[in-house]
Design a protein. Sequence first.
Length: 68
Amino acid sequence: MPGAAPAPGPPPVPVDQFAQQDTDPRAGIVEAVAGLDDLAALPLSEHVDRFEAVHTELTVALSTIDKV
């Protein structure tokens, strides 16, 4: 079928995400877990944001686990 439109793909990935993959994932894990250190001092309403940030950092680290 001439002129068929290409299928849409995923959105472009920010360049910074690729830069994270070149670092040691263990550093990201340590940094993520450290984000929970002062959790008890934060208001309960801020816990979800902190957990989401830690989850994101751990997801990035686990996606590069083959470099460990």
